[in-house]
Design a protein. Structure first.
Length: 439
C-alpha cells in the first residue's frame, strides 16, 4: 500500500505531522508521519482491534473529506488510511485526531498495531471475550517508554480461540483458552513458540515479550520477530517467560491456527442480539458507505463499529428484528452483505494512479473481471511487493510488463504460475477458473 516517497525524515514525537521518505529504515506511515504517494500524502490511523465509536468514525470521515480524497481506505490490519492529503495538512489532521481520542500518545501512535477477533463477544464461536485484553494492551503500550521503539510493522494479535487472527502471522499472538487460561505465541504462524499464561496476565506478558524482542534485536533494521538473528530468536521465548514470571513448558506445545475469517452477513449472539458483518469492496469506504454504517450503528446498534483485518466492518448490538432491513440498506450502499456477491473475496492493492511502482490500475482490472463469487479469494497486485495480500490459500494475480501472472498460493507454497496476455476477457476467464480450481 505504500507508494513512491519523497526524501525527508521526521522527528519522533513531534506534534506536527510531516511527509517523509522511504530511506532504508522503517518507513511505515502514521498520523504524525505521512508518506508521499502519487495521489498525495498518506496517513495511516492505528485503530487497535479496529474498534471505533460512532463519534470517532465521523471524525475520520470529516478528516478525509476536508483534507483528503473523501474516502476511508481499510488496511489488512483493520486500520484506516487517509489518502490524497495535502503536504501541509499534517498539523490540522493530528489535532483533529487528538481531540477525538484517536491519538492518545504521539510517541506510540505507530506502535499501536493490534488486531483482534472482530466477532469476539458477539457470537458463541470464541472461547472468551478478549475485549478486556484489547483495552489493557493498548493502555500498557501507551505507558511503556520502551514500546516507542517498536516498528510500525510489528503486530500484536488477540484471538478469542476461534483461530481467525491467529492465522495472520503476527509477531505476538494471544490465544484464549478455556478455564481462564491463554497461550502467548512468540513469532509468526505455527512455527512460533507457545507459552502458557493466565488470561488476566496475558496483555502484560505480550508487552514484556515485545520489550524483550527490542532488547535482542541486532539493530534498527530488525523490525519484526522473523527478522531476528537465529540465536536471538531462539532465546526470545525463554527471555520473555523470565520477564513475565512464566514457567516455560517442559516440551513444545502444539496449537494450529484455524485460519477462518468470518463471512459477510448477520451473526446472532448471546441475549438474542445480532451483529452485522459486511465486506467493503477494495477496502474503499466512500462517504455514502461510511455514513450508512455509522447511522446503522447509532440508530439500530450499540453505537460501535469494528473494522476487520479482511477489509470489512462489523456493526454490533442490533435487535434480530431489524437485522434484515439493516443489511438490505447496507447492500444498497454498495457493501457486501452475503457470500453471493461478486465482490466477496476480491481484493487489490492501490495500484495506479496512486502508486508509482504499480504496473497497472489493478482495482479497475479487478472490477472489470468480476463474475460469480469464487471458491477462493483473489488478490490483485500491481507489483512484486503485493502490498496487503491475504494469508492462507488464495489466488495471486500479479501485473507484469506483458500482462498478468496468476498463481495459486497455499500458505508458504506457490503453484506453477500461469501467464495471461493483456486481454480483459482472457484475464477474467483465467481468474474465474483459478478461483474455482480444486487441485
Amino acid at each position: 500500500m505504500l507508494a513512491a516517497m519523497s526524501a525527508t525524515a521526521d522527528s519522533p514525537g513531534s506534534p506536527a505531522a510531516v511527509a517523509v521518505a522511504r530511506n532504508g529504515g522503517d518507513a511505515c506511515p502514521g498520523t504524525l508521519r505521512l508518506h508521499t504517494a502519487d495521489d498525495g500524502a498518506l496517513a495511516r490511523v492505528r485503530i487497535p482491534g479496529g474498534v471505533l465509536t460512532a463519534a470517532r468514525a465521523r471524525t475520520l470521515l470529516d478528516a478525509a473529506e476536508r483534507l483528503g480524497d473523501g474516502e476511508l481506505h481499510l488496511t489488512s490490519r483493520g486500520n484506516v488510511q487517509l489518502r490524497g492529503l495535502g503536504q501541509d495538512c499534517g498539523g490540522e489532521l493530528a489535532e483533529l485526531l487528538r481531540e477525538a481520542g484517536l491519538l492518545p500518545s504521539d510517541r506510540h501512535e505507530r506502535a499501536r498495531n493490534v488486531v483482534a477477533s472482530p466477532l469476539s463477544g458477539l457470537d458463541t464461536a470464541g472461547r472468551s471475550d478478549i475485549r478486556p485484553w484489547l483495552d489493557e494492551l493498548d493502555a500498557l503500550l501507551c505507558a511503556s517508554e520502551r514500546a516507542t521503539a517498536l516498528s510500525g510493522r510489528f503486530l500484536f494479535a488477540l484471538d478469542d480461540g476461534r483461530g481467525d487472527v491467529d492465522a495472520l502471522g503476527a509477531d505476538l499472538t494471544l490465544i484464549a483458552l478455556d478455564d481462564g487460561q491463554a497461550l502467548l505465541r512468540i513469532g509468526p504462524g505455527d512455527t512460533g513458540a507457545l507459552l502458557p499464561v493466565a488470561f488476566a496476565n496475558a496483555p502484560r506478558a505480550a508487552l514484556l515479550a515485545a520489550e524483550a524482542f527490542l532488547d535482542l534485536a541486532a539493530g534498527p533494521d530488525v523490525w519484526r520477530i522473523s527478522g531476528l538473528p537465529g540465536a536471538a530468536r531462539a532465546v526470545l521465548p525463554a527471555e520473555a517467560a523470565r520477564r513475565a514470571g512464566l514457567a516455560p513448558p517442559p516440551e513444545p506445545l502444539a496449537h494450529r491456527a484455524a485460519a477462518a475469517a468470518p463471512g459477510p452477513g448477520a451473526v446472532t449472539g448471546p441475549g438474542g442480539r445480532t451483529a452485522l458483518h459486511v465486506g467493503v469492496p477494495m477496502g474503499r469506504l466512500t462517504g455514502v458507505r461510511w455514513r450508512a454504517l455509522v447511522e446503522t450503528a447509532e440508530r439500530l446498534g450499540s453505537g460501535e463499529l469494528r473494522c476487520t483485518p479482511w477489509r470489512g466492518v462489523v456493526v454490533p448490538g442490533l435487535a434480530a428484528a431489524t437485522a434484515r432491513e439493516a443489511l438490505d440498506a447496507l447492500a444498497g450502499a454498495g457493501l457486501v452483505t452475503g457470500p453471493g456477491s461478486p465482490w466477496a473475496g476480491v481484493g487489490a492493492c492501490v495500484g495506479r494512479p496512486g502508486c508509482a511502482k504499480s504496473l497497472a490500475d489493478v482495482r479497475a482490472e479487478a472490477e472489470a473481471a468480476l463474475g460469480p463469487a469464487g471458491r477462493l479469494p483473489v488478490y490483485w497486485s500491481g507489483c512484486e511487493r503485493r502490498c496487503g495480500h491475504p494469508r492462507g490459500e488464495w489466488i495471486d494475480v500479479l501485473a507484469t510488463p506483458d500482462g498478468h501472472r496468476i498463481t495459486h498460493v497455499r500458505g508458504e507454497s506457490r503453484g506453477a504460475p500461469t501467464a495471461v496476455p493483456d486481454d480483459p476477457a482472457a484475464l477474467a476467464a483465467a481468474v474465474a477458473a483459478a478461483r474455482d480450481a480444486r487441485t
